[in-house]
Design a protein around this ligand. Sequence first.
Ligand code: SF4
Ligand code: SF4
Length: 76
Amino acid sequence: MQPKKFFAMVNYEKCRPEDCDPERGCCTSASACTHKVMKQIDGLFEQPMIFQDMCMGCWDCIAACPLEAVYIRHVT
Ligand code: SF4
Ligand code: SF4
């Protein structure tokens, strides 16, 4: 049996880079991810993605998102 795994996920219905940082379009959650597994790979003003296999479950990204667009996904 696999151990339970937790990782962060983006709710793309709530995530709006143009609203959380209207001037720069910079994802504050991705900036807060010191493990560098959450990134705006398509550039500023684009929604970020999370490399879930490498997510450390520190939840810094959740605390950093002003729109509460990041959440914890539990996989059993
Ligand atoms: S995840 Fe949060 S902080 Fe990042 S772009 Fe989306 S709404 Fe903004
Ligand atoms: S939980 Fe931590 S490691 Fe995972 S994406 Fe968020 S900030 Fe990065």
